[in-house]
Design a protein around this ligand. Structure first.
Ligand code: GLN
Length: 309
């Protein structure tokens, strides 16, 4: 039996001391104001016990981690039809790359790069008003985390809405191939707001419990998705969750993971635990610098890499 409480506190103390903290994202102006000195970690184990260290209860902008929740929701709505609009291969390109879309006729490589996530959000939006679609996403996240207090940071959403020209380019390009069904500005509006959901490490690790337990909430036993779907979402997290840093993350950490430019990383140790870390400074691929280092230290100490101890 590992002393998880001791280990997370140890890692948090170690991360608090490190001078190398990466660089906070500035292309969304509101994110540039976040203090890079913060670090949080939370683990939810098999029995629903929560272990936390550092700033585990400070809400941060989940950004691209929201793509795990929208993919889960959209698969529930459309099933395998979703894969007509978006692929499931690693991109080997930056998260906001334009060039790949042209080669591949407007079909994004996977649901975790920006283009793919915008296409998934567009699918959720179809047949609804943007407000309803957003309500659906937020309700789903609150339900998973068992926490009705989770909210959207409107300042972050407005900040990205003002400056998200790249995402507008991606969406317009996909629209020209008919991959986006709804008006581009509406699909983008929902996308920017889902990225601006604010959650703490504790809330995030709790919300993702079902992915570590064959699709079930380990506390209630209730199923969120079936085991096959949970396994497949984990597979896409492993291969695509860190963009062109996905190989390095698998090499160093060895768990399915999804990062966001807010500095969060959600990682799944199948059959064991759901883990969230947060440190706002990013590496050159836009993934949390200390978040990755902390997860590497954690999986090493626990022997939790899916590739073996
Ligand atoms: N909202 C961000 C964007 O679209 C999300 C990117 C990310 O977290 N990698 O640029």
């Amino acid at each position: 039996m590992h002393d998880l409480d001791h280990i997370v506190k140890d890692i948090a103390a170690e991360m608090a001391e490190r001078p190398d903290r990466g660089t906070v994202a500035t292309y969304i102006p509101e994110l540039a104001n976040v203090d890079a000195g913060q670090f949080g970690i939370a683990i939810v184990d098999n029995d629903g016990r929560v272990f936390t260290g550092g700033d585990a209860d400070t809400p941060f902008s989940i950004q691209s981690i929201s793509k795990v929740f929208t993919l889960t929701l959209a698969l529930g709505m459309a099933g395998d039809r979703l894969w007509r609009r978006v692929g499931r291969e690693p991109s080997g390109s930056p998260f906001n790359s334009v060039v790949q879309l042209e080669f591949e006729k407007g079909i994004p490589r996977n649901p975790f790069i920006n283009a793919g996530a915008i296409a998934v959000t567009d699918l959720i939006l179809s047949g609804h008003q943007p407000r309803e679609a957003l309500g659906e996403i937020l309700r789903f996240v609150r339900f998973l985390a068992d926490d009705p207090s989770i909210a959207i940071d409107e300042k972050v959403a407005a900040s990205e809405q003002r400056t998200g020209f790249r995402n507008a380019a991606l969406a317009n390009y996909m629209k020209s191939f008919g991959v986006i069904e709804n008006p581009v500005d509406l699909a983008l509006g929902v996308y920017f707001h889902q990225c601006a959901i604010a959650m703490s490490c504790r809330q995030l690790a709790t919300a993702a419990r079902f992915l570590a337990h064959n699709g079930r909430n380990p506390k209630t036993g209730l199923s969120v998705v079936n085991a096959e779907r949970a396994r497949r979402i984990n597979a896409i997290m492993l291969t695509c969750g860190h963009y062109d840093g996905s190989g390095e993350f698998a090499y160093r950490v060895g768990l399915p993971g999804k990062s966001g430019v807010g500095g969060g990383i959600l990682a799944i140790a199948p059959g064991r635990a759901s883990i969230a870390v947060w440190s706002p400074g990013l590496d050159q691929n836009g993934n949390s610098h200390l978040g990755r280092i902390a997860l590497e230290a954690l999986t090493k100490r626990l022997g939790w890499s899916i590739f073996g101890a």
